[in-house]
Structure formats: structure tokens, C-alpha cells
Ligand binder design. Structure first.
Ligand code: ZN
Length: 556
């Protein structure tokens, strides 16, 4: 199969300048770039007026479960992403013993906002070990390519059992077994390892997720396992009290492997400048540390049916995951409310919970989606609280109760534009942390490629087109060990996207109810992403997806 793509402006993913060139594909690879004569029997595609770039590589996704019911891996595939890396933040669905499946699904609901009924009817549990899961991934039809991390929390659960995994550090014997399971996964095709220490990662009954019970010795053992088994791989470590960014950077230097740090995000660790300061501290410590930054301003939506942002407040963690009735009862109970108020005010005053500023949080939070409160949309909860002479937490609970808990509250972060611009422009970061396939009921940052091309390139001029394409293809592909992808050059895989630089953009969010068991999600579609090829096979043509295309492979 031979195709010649003619007339595009080629931005090749190396960061080098754009040029007019034809691109020839033979089977799944790029055969030539430059002036190409007609060849008998070759298919010709006219791309005049479009930019042709490598398909985008989204290094931070959670498609581990969705891949079973959505072979198109949407919305990512709509935005020119041709390879996703899943299994981030220490979570996934394998390895998994049959008896742990329910607990895994409950954990995913709490930490990644996936609904248990959706997971129950969507996942085909035909695997136990991680290599078996990779086999399942290989055989599933996929529109785009998938690469997988082996997730630490699931490995702990598999090796230690639920009771121990959710309560303590590993013993020496358990640690040997954890490293053996991880090494097997890497040999079978996992491209790296993920683990999390993040305080926001709480499992059922408010217990921290398994990886948070690891001690430094256990994290070091993971890094060492990567160094010994797959030196071109990468390990994702999510921030938390156990390890500061400079310690992680030193670990990277010590073992000689790449570590990606999740994440340096403005407003997440304190006031303006704190994310930049964290980046500088990490860089000063040496090593091959690649902090992720999001390209998106973090606005989140949350309903009190899954108030995960509040999971650090004991009163909330008691009711998390206990179901609609138990939550409604607690929220209506004056005694519970008094505790929730007192605890949240005190935790916010002593930690970075809600940016350490609960009043500010309620000034930036308002009703976004609702059945009953249309007139209140967009009004800060702090303003409503003042009008009503009530505490804003009580106002939030009242509104939610009157709405049968369906109200979605939108939180806008502190003004962070200047710092986010610095981070997005800083080549010592990688563009990640967009969490595709997670928290799908309240955010959709998976649209970041078309958004970046619109906002950061066309409107803000903060990134050149060449820089943006490199940041979304060649740079992540090289750092994540995907050496066959991410640039347009002879011999590389023909994962390509052709877009209109003048119109490319994401579309406003819409809510779909298209997941198993009627699960809902927010999605954004794209405009101006005209053609996509995955391994040389057209998956989108003139702005429309090719029905049923599934050339994606497991990249291992
Ligand atoms: Zn994540």
C-alpha cells in the first residue's frame, strides 16, 4: 500500500522550521519526505493549505478501562492524538485477582472519577496478570495506538492483598515480589511504571490508595527495577509528602533513568510562582527529570455525589463512595455539617487544601449544571452565602440537596495565566497532566492538542507552530522511549495529522450519555483536524472519522 500526501506545509515534530514537502507512505511507515514523483498505483492525497505533522502523543491518560468499550478512544482521537500512554498515577485495571475487581473499580471511581456501574458493564475481565492484560490490549480493535505503564497501586494489591496494600509498607519479601511483577510487566511490553503519593488519591472509606503506603525504599526499588529492566523507559511519580521534587531528581541521577514528575501546575502548591519555583528546585538537583505541566487552566466540575476535592476532610471521606442515600442523610444532618465545616476550615488553614484559602475557594465556585437552580448559575457561592447569612459550605450542601445531588459546581483556579504561560513555554517541562479518560463527568482536557494550536499558538503567540507540534509529538515520544514515532522522517511510523492552522480549535463542552450503564461525560470535539493516519491507515478524511477504522496497535 503506497500513498503520497501532496502540497502540505510539513512541520516534522523535531522543532525544525516548516517546509513545503510531499510525504510518501509505504504500508505503515513513512518512506520519503521531499519532492516525490508520481508512482504508478500510488494513492495521491491533496493537502494544500494544511499543515502536516506527526500524530500527537498524549503521555498522561487513563484509558485502561475505557479501551474495552470505546475502540475509538475518544475524545483523544478526535484531536489528532495517535498514541496514548495509559496507566498513569499508579492506577489501572491490572494486575487484578478476580476477588479484587470490585475494590479496583471502587478505587477508580474515587480517584479517577470513573463510575462503578460503567466499569462493571464495560470491562471484559479476561486477564489477571499484567502480561495477560497487555495481550488483551493487543487484541482489542483500536482506532489509535496505546502504550501502557504498569501501575504501582494495582501491583501492591495483587502482591500484598487488600488489607496490607491499603494499610502498610511492603515487607522485604513482598518488595521482592512487587519488583518481580513489575519487571515481568516491563519485559512483556509496559513502557514504564507509575506511582502516586498525592494526598488527593484516596480510595474507598477515605483510605489512601495503596501506593501512598509505600516508603522511600519501595519507590527506590521501583526506580531500580526500571533501570535494570528497561532503561529507555520512564517512571511517573506523582507529588506527595514522601518525596520532594529534588529527591526524585536525585533518584533519577543515581539510577540513570528518566522520571516524569506529576505535575508542576500553577495554583496547586501555593501562590503565584510556586510551580515555577518547584520546577527550578527539581532542575537544580540534576538527573533526567521531566515535570509535566498542563496546557489548560484547571477548572473543575464537582458534584456532591462524588466530592473528591473534599476527600481530605474526614467528615467527607466517611461518606465518599457510600451511595446516594447515605450521602444525602449526612448532608442533611446538622451534626455532620458542623463537623464538616469545622474540619474543612481548620484543614484549609493548616495545609494546602483548597489552596489554603477556603473563603477564596467559595468566591471562585459557582453552580454550573443544575436541574433546579438555573437562576443561580455563575453566581459565586460566597455571594449567595452572604445574601443568605449562611456558611458557604451549607449553601453548597443546601443547593445540592434541593437538586437531588445532581448540581455540578465549577471551580475556577486563582489567576494563574502568567505562570502557566511560563511553564508551557519552558522546554524543561513536558505537556501532560491532561488526564484523558479520567474525571470525564467534570473535565475534558484531552482536547489539549487542538486547544493548544488555537490558544497558545494562534491567539496568544506563546508557542510557535513548530514548537507546539514538537511539544506534542517529537518531544514526548523521545522521552517516553517511543523511538519509532513523533517525527516525520523516512523509516518512522506513518502516524500523521493534517490540520488547518487558521481554524483548528476545540469545540465547547457537551455532555454525552454514551458510556456503558448510561454513564455520562463531558466531551469537546475538534474543528480543523482534517485528516489523520495511524500506521499509514486513514482514520479521518476531510474532517470526518472513517467509520470502524482500527489500525491502532499496542506500542510496547
Ligand atoms: Zn492522572
Amino acid at each position: 500500500m503506497r500513498s503520497i500526501l501532496r502540497g502540505a506545509t510539513v512541520v516534522d515534530g523535531t522543532g525544525g522550521p516548516r517546509r513545503q514537502a510531499d510525504v510518501e507512505m509505504i504500508d505503515d511507515r513513512i518512506a520519503a519526505v521531499g519532492r516525490i514523483d508520481g508512482v504508478e498505483g500510488a494513492q495521491e492525497v491533496d493537502l494544500s493549505g494544511l499543515v502536516l505533522s506527526p500524530g500527537f502523543v498524549d503521555i498522561h491518560t487513563h484509558f485502561d478501562a475505557q479501551v474495552f468499550w470505546d475502540r475509538d478512544l475518544t475524545p483523544s482521537s478526535w484531536h489528532g492524538v495517535t498514541t496514548v500512554v495509559q496507566g498513569n498515577c499508579g492506577f489501572g485495571v491490572a494486575p487484578a485477582r478476580p476477588g479484587d475487581r470490585q475494590l479496583i473499580m471502587e478505587t477508580l471511581e474515587l480517584v479517577e472519577g470513573m463510575r462503578v456501574p460503567t466499569l462493571q458493564s464495560g470491562i471484559e475481565w479476561g486477564f489477571e496478570t499484567f502480561p495477560q492484560y497487555l495481550d488483551a490490549l493487543r487484541s482489542l480493535p483500536k482506532r489509535i495506538n496505546v502504550a501502557a505503564f504498569v501501575p504501582h497501586s494495582m501491583v501492591r494489591l495483587y502482591v500484598m492483598g487488600a488489607e496490607a496494600a491499603f494499610s502498610r509498607a511492603a515487607t522485604d519479601e513482598e518488595l521482592v515480589e512487587i519488583c518481580r511483577v513489575v519487571a515481568d510487566a516491563l519485559r512483556a511490553g509496559a513502557i514504564g511504571i507509575s506511582t502516586s503519593q498525592a494526598p488527593s488519591h484516596q480510595g474507598p472509606q477515605g483510605r489512601p490508595v495503596p501506593s501512598r503506603f509505600a516508603d522511600e525504599r519501595e519507590v527506590r526499588a521501583l526506580v531500580k527495577t526500571l533501570a535494570e529492566t528497561r532503561r529507555d523507559g520512564i517512571i511517573e511519580i506523582t507529588y506527595g509528602p514522601l518525596l520532594e521534587i529534588e529527591e526524585v531528581a536525585r533518584m533519577s541521577a543515581e539510577y540513570g533513568v528518566r522520571i516524569t514528575w506529576g505535575s508542576v501546575l500553577p495554583g496547586l502548591f501555593g501562590g503565584p510562582g510556586s510551580a515555577m519555583a518547584m520546577l527550578e528546585r527539581g532542575m537544580a538537583a540534576g538527573g533526567q527529570l521531566w515535570p509535566q505541566t498542563s496546557t489548560r487552566f484547571i477548572t473543575t466540575q464537582m458534584s456532591l455525589e462524588n466530592p473528591y476535592q473534599w476527600s481530605r476532610v474526614p467528615a467527607f471521606s466517611e461518606v465518599l463512595g457510600r451511595g446516594h442515600d447515605a450521602m444525602t442523610a449526612a448532608y442533611s444532618d446538622p451534626e455532620w455539617r458542623a463537623r464538616a465545616r469545622q474540619q474543612s476550615v481548620s484543614i484549609a488553614s493548616q495545609t494546602d487544601f483548597l489552596d489554603g484559602d477556603i473563603d477564596g475557594y467559595f468566591r471562585r465556585t459557582s453552580v454550573e449544571e443544575t436541574d433546579q437552580h438555573d437562576a443561580l448559575r455563575g453566581i459565586p457561592l460566597a455571594t449567595l452565602a452572604e445574601e443568605r447569612g449562611a456558611h458557604p459550605l451549607d449553601v453548597m450542601l443546601d443547593l445540592a440537596l434541593q437538586d437531588n445531588l445532581v448540581t455540578r459546581f465549577r471551580n475556577v483556579p486563582r489567576s494563574t495565566k502568567a505562570e502557566l504561560t511560563e511553564l508551557v513555554k519552558d522546554h524543561r517541562t513536558v505537556l501532560g497532566a491532561h488526564d484523558a479518560a479520567a474525571h470525564v463527568d467534570m473535565l475534558c482536557d484531552s482536547c489539549y492538542p487542538s486547544y493548544t494550536l488555537r490558544y497558545w499558538v494562534r491567539e496568544e503567540g506563546a508557542l510557535t507552530l513548530e514548537e507546539a507540534v514538537w511539544r506534542m509529538s517529537g518531544q514526548p515520544a523521545a522521552l517516553w522511549g517511543l523511538s519509532d514515532r513523533g517525527v516525520i522522517a523516512p523509516g518512522k511510523m506513518a502516524d500523521l495529522v493534517a490540520f488547518d492552522p487558521d481554524t483548528v480549535s476545540e469545540t465547547p463542552f457537551e455532555r454525552l450519555y454514551d458510556f456503558p450503564a448510561n454513564g455520562d461525560r463531558l466531551v469537546s470535539r475538534s474543528r480543523g483536524i482534517e485528516h489523520i493516519w495511524v500506521g499509514g491507515v486513514a482514520t479521518r478524511c476531510n474532517g470526518a472519522d472513517v467509520e470502524g477504522a482500527s489500525p491502532g496497535v499496542l506500542v510496547s
